[in-house]
Design a protein around this ligand. Structure first.
Ligand code: NDP
Length: 406
């Protein structure tokens, strides 16, 4: 029986999801792309039709309003909602899925607009309601979170008896030619980067100042890059779901130029998320900054270079120490050539499509709210390789560690 798929969010990631669902139309059936700004949906739908021949429907929705989403879901009789709007909309869209009995998937955990707090608590709290409604919610099916969680699950299934140390390594060595721009939504990106660093070790969370801990990692096919310890949401679910873990950290590369721009913006107050009064109007400085910065969706044709995201795993197999590095390299220009988006949107949108595909095909299906590493990684890893994100496994010297400088 033909399925109906609803995608919410028509930004950089929504564009990739729309293309990739259209390229897998046998599974996704009738596709509707809805977002706050209808013209963006129409532009994507036109491009998808021109390039793939698949016609997708479009709709306008304010996904902050649960009732609007309920009506939209009913109107297109959706079997699944792929949420690639902003993290602020996660709960309203999940509630609309509960009300209509519709499966749900997203790529980023809920955030409240007024506090930059990244946690799964409120989404996990909906587990029972999802079970009662007989539906599934898959959280964090992007690249990180998403593929990185699956790389860990794959490592545990095929290479280790126990994983003790996880380092997630995220490098974007792309160059868009602007002095300063973010590769995905500027507001979400800057809130994430400006938050305190945090990692988990010996059963407790340890906090650092933002960008306090740095190391250089030699990313295959990219080269050595400064990498900074950040908190990232997949750490929370991996701590819960991977037994015997002793430590998990997350690293992201930043250029000196990016960090200098960000420091100046911080120092003058442009990254504040509380409203300030300007000529009698209330303005959130970060919203103004977002309006001034290039739209990430417009970076596609300008961005050159590669991304490399992977996991460095240490643990034991048959009583012996083992170190394995699993990673994926994408090229910005190749991604743009295929779906008119740069690699950061591509590496998020493809796993979102794959997660939804496995749910619709009932390869992965369990009522309730789940993080992605709870499922068998093999079918997902197979799809990754064939849908545009081939990955590699490198076995390193047992006991090899990352060199961290202060
Ligand atoms: P964009 O800002 O490019 O796109 C967001 C889209 O959501 C826009 O089309 C926007 O509409 C729409 N939107 C915002 N608010 C609403 C609303 N109230 N109702 C309906 N639509 C709304 O972001 P990206 O495409 O870069 O990112 C999308 C998601 O992917 C984010 O949640 C981000 O955190 C996540 N992400 C996850 C990654 C991962 O690896 N897991 C990596 C990168 C991103 P409008 O055009 O009107 O503003």
């Amino acid at each position: 029986m033909s399925k109906n798929t609803l995608i919410i969010g028509a930004g950089g990631v929504g564009n990739v999801v729309a293309f990739k669902c259209a390229m897998n139309a046998d599974t996704f059936g009738n596709i509707t792309l809805a977002s706050r700004t209808l013209s963006k949906c129409r532009e994507i739908a036109d491009n998808v039709q021109k390039r793939t021949g698949v016609k997708i429907a479009t709709a306008q929705v304010d996904a902050d309003d649960t009732q609007e989403v309920v009506e939209l879901i009913r109107g297109c009789e959706a079997d699944i909602v792929i949420n690639v709007a902003l993290p602020y909309q996660d709960l309203t869209i999940m509630d609309a899925c509960i009300a209509t009995g519709t499966d749900y998937l997203d790529t980023a955990n809920y955030e409240h607009p007024d506090t930059a707090k990244f946690e799964y608590k409120e989404q996990w709290a909906r587990d029972e309601a999802f079970r009662k409604a007989g539906i599934m919610g898959l959280l964090g099916s992007g690249f990180d979170p998403g593929v990185t969680n699956l790389f860990v699950a794959y490592g545990l299934k095929h290479y280790f008896d126990e994983i003790h140390y996880i380092d997630i390594l995220d490098c974007n060595a792309g160059d868009h030619g602007y002095p300063f721009a973010t590769n995905f939504n500027p507001e979400i990106n800057i809130r994430e980067v400006n938050s305190k660093g945090r990692y988990w070790e010996d059963g407790e969370w340890k906090e650092t100042e933002a960008m306090e801990i740095k190391m250089v990692w030699d990313y295959p096919e990219v080269g050595p890059k400064d990498s900074y310890l950040l908190y990232h949401e997949e750490e929370e679910s991996l701590v819960k779901n991977i037994p015997h873990l002793k430590r998990i950290r997350f690293w992201m590369t930043f250029s000196q130029s990016y960090l200098t721009h960000l420091k100046v913006l911080d120092n003058v107050g442009m990254t504040r998320i509380d409203p300030v009064e300007v000529d009698g109007c209330e303005v959130v400085p970060l919203h103004l900054l977002k309006a001034l910065l290039p739209d990430p969706a417009s970076l596609g044709p300008r961005t050159k270079g590669k991304t490399n995201i992977g996991v460095f795993l240490r643990g034991v197999k048959d009583g012996a120490e083992k170190t394995v590095y699993i990673y994926q390299v994408s090229e910005h220009e190749k991604c743009y050539e295929e779906v008119m988006s740069q690699a950061v949107s591509y590496t998020t949108g493809v796993p979102a499509m794959i997660g939804a595909k496995l749910m619709l095909e009932r390869v992965w299906y369990e009522n309730g709210v789940h993080n992605i590493e709870e499922f068998d990684p093999d079918p997902f890893m197979k799809e990754l390789a064939s849908q545009g994100l081939p990955w590699k496994v490198m076995e390193l010297e047992p006991g090899e560690t990352l060199e961290v400088s202060g």
